[in-house]
Design a protein around this ligand. Structure first.
Ligand code: G6P
Length: 372
């Protein structure tokens, strides 16, 4: 068993460290020599894909957060309305789905019963379903019209890490492919974004190589009772995923918020010493949200929060309001989750280890939940 863990103390640490490969392998073989995306495996006709007027992403747990990230990118690139819904909610609310709906079912295991039932329901309503899945021969791809595999390799630890980054990558490939197929503003950009994506694995490695301070802080925080996470735009689902990892692995009460929502309620939670992670968007991103998130850090700091700030290299604006700055390399705005998630995974894993918990098999959880 020690050999299987490749020298790491547990599968989770190993899988976190495999993320550069999970992303690189998922990108592999999706383009031709000219750089155009080719998804031969996507066995849905080009006519059907051109006719799609709505995308609905269904998933559970971490996979649903990957879907939330993907929504931002898919709508931006494809100009197709895209919804994300928890698979167990989707089926029971009379969703507006028809022949022109493309349903994307994200599942690492391919066996999650909630997601499987939602897939069946969507197909009954006439939708075309693409599975984004990490497990060959599993049930959800079999019950779908097509499958786009993530190539993260087997994920053993119950809580998902490398599959999450691979799911985002695969959904982005799908979004770029649709943009390319349907023409329009972003068709020409698909190749440029693919080029940016190919640079991401090295950036993840850079993050992994610089996390000693995060580990030290995590060990120091082993007695913490509650941690909050704030993010905006694609940083919002990253905040949700950071909180989920801490709940799953360390049994600590944790909540993620959209930073813009802070003033509408959650700021009441801030009291002296409350740790808050903030995922800061790039100062150079087109959406211009950097300044707004920096103001949020200032607001919570003024109320005594202990601010743990994930910010790009060179972003000096955060420094006066950060108790701790965790650096990530400069990355295009939509691709940032592929790097900003990593310190949060390592934080949760290290803190749980410091508490003496079994990070690979947290209490009450199962790797794939095959009951509804
Ligand atoms: C379980 C696991 C989670 C996972 C979720 C969805 O609850 O504990 O880590 O995110 O299922 O799993 P799937 O295999 O469908 O991605």
């Amino acid at each position: 068993a020690a050999a299987e863990k490749g020298g790491y103390p547990n599968f989770m640490a190993k899988e976190i460290n495999e993320q550069p490969h999970a992303v690189a392998d998922t990108l592999l073989g999706r383009t031709d020599e000219t750089g155009r995306l080719v998804l031969d495996e996507l066995r849905i006709s080009e006519d059907d894909l051109r006719a799609v007027d709505k995308i609905v992403i269904i998933a559970c747990g971490t996979a649903a957060y990957a879907g939330m990230v993907a929504k931002y990118a898919i709508e931006h690139w494809c100009r197709i309305p895209c919804e994300v819904e928890l698979a167990h909610e989707f089926r029971y609310r009379d969703p507006v789905v028809n022949e022109r709906t493309l349903v994307v079912a994200i599942s690492q295991s391919g066996e999650t019963m909630d997601t499987l039932m939602a897939v069946k329901h969507a197909r009954e309503l006439g939708a075309k379903v693409v599975a984004v899945c990490n497990t060959h021969g599993s049930t959800i791809p079999r019950e779908s019209d097509a499958v786009l595999y993530t190539h993260a390799g087997p994920e053993i630890a119950v809580a998902s890490t490398k599959a999450f980054l691979a799911q985002i990558t695969a959904c982005y490939i799908l979004g770029l492919y649709l943009a390319q197929l349907r023409g329009g503003t972003y068709a020409d950009e698909a190749q440029a974004v693919m080029k940016d994506l190919h640079e991401v694995p090295a950036k993840i490695q850079q993050v992994l190589d610089g996390l000693d301070r995060v580990r030290e802080i995590a060990r120091f925080m082993a007695d913490t009772r509650s941690v909050l996470f704030l993010g905006r735009h694609v940083g919002y689902p990253v905040a949700l995923e950071g909180a989920l990892k801490l709940k799953e692995l360390a049994y600590i009460h944790a909540e993620g918020f959209a930073a813009g929502e802070l003033k509408h309620g959650p700021i009441a939670l801030i009291e002296p010493g409350q740790p808050v992670f903030v995922i800061v968007p790039s100062p150079s991103s087109e959406h211009g949200l950097h300044g707004k998130v920096v103001s949020n850090i200032q607001e919570i700091r003024a109320r005594g929060a202990r601010t743990l700030v994930i910010a790009e290299d060179g972003d000096e604006d955060v420094v006066p309001f950060a108790d701790v700055v965790i650096r990530v390399p400069q990355t295009p705005a939509l691709l940032a989750p592929l790097v900003t998630t990593v310190p949060l995974q390592v934080f949760a894993c290290e803190l749980a280890t410091a508490k003496g918990l079994d990070v690979d098999q947290p209490r009450n959880l199962a790797k794939s939940v095959t009951v509804e």
